[in-house]
Design a protein around this ligand. Structure first.
Ligand code: ADP
Ligand code: MG
Ligand code: MG
Length: 250
């Protein structure tokens, strides 16, 4: 699915990723944990193709293709999805319009026919219902005036609609109360499938007791310094990240 080799990346001329190696197979859920400022979000931005992140060394192969050679839109059309740490607001554009455009772009790329308004509405209502989102929420402008928890649910709704092959969730748990967290985790879990892989970035172990990962990695100051199974998350929760050094030492 995804193979990252010796990935180095800079932001504003400063090297943030310092040689990341990571292989994610179809169906696997990998978690990345690590201290603040270690480059977790940078990794998700580099993978999704956000402007301002320069890859200086290494490669990323996605389903056999050179991911880094693709524009952000192309990556999305190929099935890469990034749920933002801080979901974006798009004033003036309704959730339904936004998602219909995004979904039909993906379908077109896959050679599937576009969904008409009725088909689309039926689909989005069914998916929204599973996330406890009402008609009002799906018709409102994208994320405008949404609470933190509503934005996260909207993120998961986007993911459920677009059915990506590879989804990155960057701190989807931050700012969620326990009920919203469970709802989001249920939404994510319902999307787990043998064909879909996920990279779940989180600061805390809590989310990982609901979205149980196959592999856990520690990203500290630009490198993956440890990898293990789901039990590693519990160990990190207990011991913290101190053993992995400090930004000054990196
Ligand atoms: P994490 O998500 O692990 O908390 P980030 O990837 O957000 O870490 O940030 C990693 C490092 O990159 C931090 O030291 C941060 O200050 C720096 N950084 C991120 N974005 C920028 C930017 N646009 N300009 C300069 N430094 C940045
Ligand atoms: Mg951070
Ligand atoms: Mg971050």
């Amino acid at each position: 699915m995804l193979e990252i080799k010796n990935l180095h990346a800079t932001v504003d001329g400063k090297e943030i990723l310092k040689g990341i190696n990571l292989t994610i197979n179809p169906g696997e859920v990998h978690a990345i944990m690590g201290p603040n400022g270690s480059g977790k979000s940078t990794l998700s931005y580099v993978l999704s193709g956000r402007d301002g992140y320069e890859v200086t060394e290494g490669s990323v192969t996605f389903q056999g293709k050179d991911l880094l050679a693709m524009e952000a839109e192309e990556r999305a059309a190929e099935g890469v999805f990034l749920a933002f740490q801080y979901p974006v607001e798009i004033p003036g554009v309704s959730n339904t319009t936004f998602l219909k455009t995004a979904l039909n772009a993906v379908r077109k790329h896959k050679g599937l026919p576009e969904l008409d308004a009725m088909q689309f509405l039926k689909l989005i209502r069914a998916k929204a219902k599973a996330l406890n989102m009402n008609d009002d929420m799906i018709k409102r402008a994208v994320n405008v005036g949404f609470s933190g928890g509503e934005k996260k649910r909207n993120d998961i709704l986007q993911m459920a609609m677009l059915e990506p092959s590879f989804a990155i969730l960057d701190e989807t748990d931050s700012g969620l109360d326990i009920d919203a967290l469970k709802l989001v985790a249920d939404g994510v879990n319902s999307l787990r499938s043998p064909e879909r892989s996920m990279l779940v970035i989180t600061h805390y172990q809590r989310l990982l007791s609901y979205i149980v990962p196959d592999h856990v990695h520690v990203l500290a100051y630009g490198k993956i310094v440890r990898s293990g199974g789901k039990e590693l998350a519990l160990e990190l929760e207990a011991k913290g990240y101190a053993e992995f050094g400090s930004p000054e030492a990196a």
